[in-house]
Structures are given as C-alpha cells and as structure tokens.
Design a protein around this ligand. Sequence first.
Ligand SMILES: NC(=O)c1ccc[n+]([C@@H]2O[C@H](COP(=O)([O-])OP(=O)(O)OC[C@H]3O[C@@H](n4cnc5c(N)ncnc54)[C@H](OP(=O)(O)O)[C@@H]3O)[C@@H](O)[C@H]2O)c1
Length: 302
Amino acid sequence: MEKPYILHMLTTEKNLSPFDVNMAQDAGWQVTMPYLCIAESEVRSLIQDAIFSRGPSGVKRTAAFIGGRDPELAVKMLNTARESMVPPFEISVLADPSGAFTTAAAMVAAAERELGKKFSTDLTDKNIIILAGTGPVGQIAAVLCAKSGAKVAIFGRKKEKSERIANLCNAFFGEGNIQIQAQGNDELEKYLPTADVVFATGAAGIQLLSAEQVASAPNLKVAADVNAVPPPGIAGIDAMADGTPIEGSTSGAVGIGALAIGNIKYKAHQRLLQLMRDSASPVYLHYDQAFAIAREYIQSQS
Ligand SMILES: NC(=O)c1ccc[n+]([C@@H]2O[C@H](COP(=O)([O-])OP(=O)(O)OC[C@H]3O[C@@H](n4cnc5c(N)ncnc54)[C@H](OP(=O)(O)O)[C@@H]3O)[C@@H](O)[C@H]2O)c1
C-alpha cells in the first residue's frame, strides 16, 4: 500500500483554522493531523517524532504546517522545526499564522502589479502607509514592502504599539536591514499627501480611510483593503475591486479589494502546500516564499 500524505498541523491556539485544513486537504494532503496549544519548546520533539517513523519513502510524504496567530512565534517555530531535522530524515515545513503570510504576500504583489500596469513603476522608494499595520497581515506587508525598497510607515491607534511592531519588523523579520517607521493615527493627515500606496489591514468591518481622506492624497496610486466585511476599510474600494479606479481620488488611484486579494492568496497558499508535496528535497516556507509565489502567479496571469 502506498503511504498517505500526512501533514502535521501545529498551532499555538486551541483550534486549527478550518480554512487551513480545507486548503491542505484540497492540495493533496490526505491526513491533516492537528496539534493544538503547542508551545515553541514542544516543536523539536514533535518534529523528531514525525521524521523517524516512516522510512525514506514515507518522509517524502510527510510535512508540517505551523499556524497560530503570531508571526514572530510562527517563524521561530519554523526555525526550530528546521533545526530539528536529522538528514536524511527531513520534512518540509510551511508557516502561515492567521493566513497572514499568504494574505500580505497577495496584497503586496497585487499592488506591485497595479503600480507597474497603471503607473509604469514599482515599489522602490514608494511612500507606503499601512493602516492598522500592527496586526499579523499588516506587519508582514510592511516587511515585504520594505524589503522591496519602499519607505514604509505602520499606523495604529497607539503610537507605542506601532513602534513596538515596527521595531519587531526591523530587528526580527528584517534582520536589521530595513527601517519601517511607526506612527499614531493622529499623524495620518500629515502623511497622506506624500503617500503613493495605502494598505488597510485592520480588523474586519472597520473603516480606516474616509472618502475625504482618499481625496486628500494627491500622490496616491494604489490602495488595497484586505477587509471583506462592510464597510470597506478604505472608502470607495469594493471587495471585488481589482485595479478599479477609486471614485473621488484626485490622483487617479486604483483600488484592490479583499476578494481580489483573497483570490491571489488562495492560489499562493495552494501552491505552497503543493510545493511541500512535490518538491524532491525539503522546503521551508514563510512570507518570502509566499511573496515570490504570489508574484509568479500574477506574472503567469498577465
Ligand atoms: N482578504 C483575505 O484574503 C484575508 C485573509 C486573511 C485575513 N484577512 C483580513 O485581514 C485583516 C487583518 O487581519 P489581522 O489578523 O492582521 O487583523 P487583526 O490583528 O485582527 O487587526 C489588525 C489591527 O486592526 C486594528 N484594530 C483592531 N480593532 C480595531 C478597532 N475597533 N478600530 C480600529 N482599529 C482596530 C488593530 O491595530 P491598532 O490597535 O494598532 O490600531 C489591530 O492590530 C482582517 O480584516 C482580516 O479579516 C483578509
């Protein structure tokens, strides 16, 4: 009998995301085994338990997924998992806490596409504002933009929280090579006139940018909103918008809505899961690989 494809799905939370389970099964992982409320200190023994039991052919049909809510913890768990491998007993691992890595990758790749298509430019040196950028999606979007050469500011209700997250992004995710700024929302009016790109990454159902504020951004080129629950996070961007002109924008900016982003996120997530199944050697996947795959997918569509 051929050995089944087994995905060991670890989460720090009390539940796995059903979305992640569906995605894994649909990508060909036949057994999706949940491990709940997992601490970072438990990752090594779980991974080593998984790698030794199936022999060389079975190890190729085994992988791990790391979920949870916290991007920093997920990357630390991914690193620990990778360090726990004992060649030739090695398995692939994907981290995507809260779907944030694939969602941020999809949103930034879609914005980059619109910058190229409509404004013949890219992310380099663009002023990017990330509204409610302190959550998992916002912080990873900030990192991807900064690593692509943009000047990024994370905004939030409390400047101290924005600063804490910007410091985490710069030191941990960016390894000291990026310089994301932090602001409180009271500074938004000052920054909007310089913004080339605005991302809204707030909790569901909260409007973060009004129609008047959109109109007050004379350099705005692209705005994207990941929130699918009305009202839109950015006024004038429908959830289906996909490079659609934003009514009331004085600069001819285009909008990308949550469902258009969700479509790219879905493809990127699916490809990452398939890569773990099909790759000849083990792969270790997080937001960088998600971004590369989202970009590839977008290019394949043009
Ligand atoms: N389109 C897709 O495919 C897709 C996939 C996954 C997730 N999502 C969506 O992506 C968004 C971001 O997800 P996430 O997990 O990163 O979000 P989150 O952690 O729940 O929230 C992000 C930030 O929103 C701000 N916020 C929370 N409550 C608020 C309130 N009442 N008023 C104003 N701001 C508030 C907070 O920032 P401050 O405290 O700093 O203000 C928080 O850090 C969500 O809307 C989620 O539904 C979309």
